[in-house]
Ligand binder design. Structure first.
Ligand code: THU
Length: 160
């Protein structure tokens, strides 16, 4: 037996004011679209804004359903929309912001595992990293230089 050690290196910013103006603006779009979340069951609203290589921005928010698994997270709503509208564009960056209607979310909310899996598919497809920034409604912002950084040991087409 040999151990297999997996490490991820992320960057933590104390507040959104510390990130570049470009990312602040992208995060602001994530915050704005977060209000469009349809989240009557969880009361947890998430917004995602995606910057493409053609300078377009595609946004998404979580959309829930009385049949719970039929709902969709903000990140996948956004990236599937980007794929549908701009199939030939590369995805450069994604900003994510989450807010609870029950309590203050002041620590970064990372994309769930299913969203990481959906996001990494596009990263592999385009052979270029997608940079991620995620936060709560206030407080620290975490940056990951790629999706694979937060999804090591990925299941991809080579596994099939
Ligand atoms: N949610 C997202 O939109 N993104 C994530 O990465 C985690 C969870 C949504 C799904 C559901 O509508 C609500 O947050 C509570 O899980």
């Amino acid at each position: 037996m040999k151990p297999l050690t997996i490490t991820s290196q992320l960057e933590v910013f104390d507040s959104v004011e510390e990130v570049s103006e470009e990312i602040q603006s992208l995060m602001q779009q994530a915050v704005e679209v977060r209000d469009n979340a349809y989240a009557p069951y969880s009361n947890f609203k998430v917004g995602a804004a995606i910057l493409l290589d053609n300078e377009e921005i595609v946004v998404g928010s979580n959309q829930e359903n009385a049949s719970y698994p039929s709902g969709l997270c903000a990140e996948r709503t956004a990236i599937f929309s980007a794929g549908a509208i701009y199939p030939d564009s590369k995805i450069r960056k994604i900003a994510i912001s989450a807010k609870s209607m029950k309590h203050i979310v002041d620590s970064p909310v990372p994309p769930c595992g299913a969203c990481r899996q959906a996001l990494v598919e596009y990263e592999i497809k385009q052979s270029e990293p997608i940079e991620l920034y995620f936060m709560g409604e206030k407080g620290k912002v975490i940056r990951s230089k790629s999706v694979s950084e937060i999804l090591p040991l990925v299941f991809d087409s080579t596994c099939l």
